[in-house]
Design a protein around this ligand. Structure first.
Ligand code: ZN
Ligand code: ZN
Length: 150
């Protein structure tokens, strides 16, 4: 199931939500702001074509380095290394290199900064583009999911 993390437009808090076509709005736990949201059956299937918050189609992907988990794993590996003669640190390094980084990608909406995880059509989504970002954020340009053309 796709995981969606909406950024509250009022206070900037993160609101976690799971796609559901029957959910039309979400509430911010922190400030009580009501955010209108529009999920489709595509979203329920983990396919991201249109943003459920702002209806834009421009997204980018980036590595999702979960700092909290990373720190916990590192401390654990460091403690274990006393008994494993450093082997646990090697294991952590390999784990990080092959599994952690590959599996954890996050998709972000240029316009409203909503984060999406476990997206099925991740291959369709391009890397971050500075020019696209500037034009969407500062000039409110809508690329409609198409790449930047010169
Ligand atoms: Zn809020
Ligand atoms: Zn959006």
């Amino acid at each position: 199931m796709m995981e969606v993390q909406v950024t509250c437009s009022q206070c900037g808090s993160s609101i976690e939500v799971v796609p559901d076509v029957h959910a039309h709005k979400i509430n911010c736990d922190v400030c009580g702001h009501v955010q209108v949201i529009k999920f489709t059956t595509d979203h329920e299937a983990g396919i991201l074509k249109e943003c459920p918050v702002c209806s834009r189609m421009d997204f980018y992907k980036q590595k999702d380095f979960n700092r909290k988990i990373g720190v916990i794993l590192f401390v654990l590996a460091a403690v274990l290394s006393i008994w494993t003669y450093g082997l646990s640190l090697v294991v952590l390094y390999l784990f990080d290199l092959f599994l952690f980084r590959k599996l954890s990608m996050v998709i972000i909406c240029y316009k409203c900064r909503t984060n999406f995880r476990r997206v099925m059509n991740i291959a369709d989504i391009r890397d971050f583009d500075h020019e696209m970002n500037d034009r969407i954020v500062y000039s409110d340009h809508d690329f409609k999911g198409k790449p930047l053309s010169h």
